[in-house]
Write a protein that binds this ligand. Structure first.
Ligand SMILES: C[S@@+](CC[C@H](N)C(=O)[O-])C[C@H]1O[C@@H](n2cnc3c(N)ncnc32)[C@H](O)[C@@H]1O
Length: 219
């Protein structure tokens, strides 16, 4: 489905109090943004935010950062927040490549990747959010024992991701090729893409992996 871009989205973003235009300002001091020292969880590629908004509402004792690189989509997410009054959700419109410019080592307690772009062509594999380049970044910003939860409708991308996790400092906790017929469904919060694909009868893949810092390879 094509998204019509909002021409002046970047100018409208700063009017939302949950928007963080320059997240680097809060490196080492996210507590001053959130007003507390609660654990921080991260979602990359939040889309229009159905998932992260519900999660933040359900867990007021956790702070969330939503990273969505597309300004138009970030704006759609931000427009939903005022009616919720959420203060434990920060939204920033940067590419995940720049995570370490605003997160310190071991800062993040959990990471969510929902229906990330699969980049099916082999020559684009480096852009996948579960490629080795990104897994190395996650190994640094996540705390020891932190979980990554990853969902996708794309079986090829899921199999690729299972292989990448195998060759990383993450250990597989659980995985399924059919979330809706598995034990992992309990407590599941569906995303916009998930509702669309599940509604079309496409099986949803999910994995949960835990970081074991002892397994990090020194390069
Ligand atoms: C296919 S959509 C999925 C949206 C949502 N998570 C869902 O499940 O409905 C992927 C989203 O990730 C964003 N995205 C893709 N690559 C990204 C990156 N490297 N950094 C930040 N956001 C990214 C895209 O702009 C898009 O909104």
């Amino acid at each position: 489905m094509r998204l019509r871009s909002i021409p002046n989205a970047s100018e409208m973003l700063p009017s939302f109090s949950n928007y963080v235009p320059e997240p680097g300002i809060f490196k080492e001091r996210w507590s001053s943004y959130f007003g507390n020292y609660n654990e921080i969880h991260l979602e990359i590629g939040s889309g229009k935010g159905e998932f992260i908004i519900t999660l933040a509402q359900n867990n007021p004792g956790i702070n969330y950062i939503a990273v969505e690189r597309c300004n138009t989509i970030a704006l759609k997410l931000l427009r939903k927040i005022p009616e919720t009054g959420l203060r434990n959700l920060a939204v920033t419109s940067v590419d995940a490549e720049h995570l370490e410019e605003f997160l310190r080592e071991g800062e993040i307690g959990k990471l969510y990747l929902n229906f990330s772009d699969p980049w099916p062509k082999k020559r684009h594999a480096k852009r996948r959010l579960t490629s080795p380049k990104y897994l190395r970044i996650y190994e640094r910003i996540l705390k020891d024992g932190a979980m990554i939860e990853f969902k996708t409708d794309n079986r090829g991308f899921f199999d690729y991701s299972l292989e990448q996790f195998e060759d990383s400092a993450f250990e597989m906790v659980a995985s399924t090729y059919d979330l809706y017929n598995s034990d992992l469904l309990e407590g599941n919060i569906p995303t916009e893409y998930e509702m669309r694909f599940h509604g079309m009868g496409v099986p949803i893949n999910k994995l949960i992996a835990r970081l074991d810092k002892k397994k990090i390879r020194q390069e």
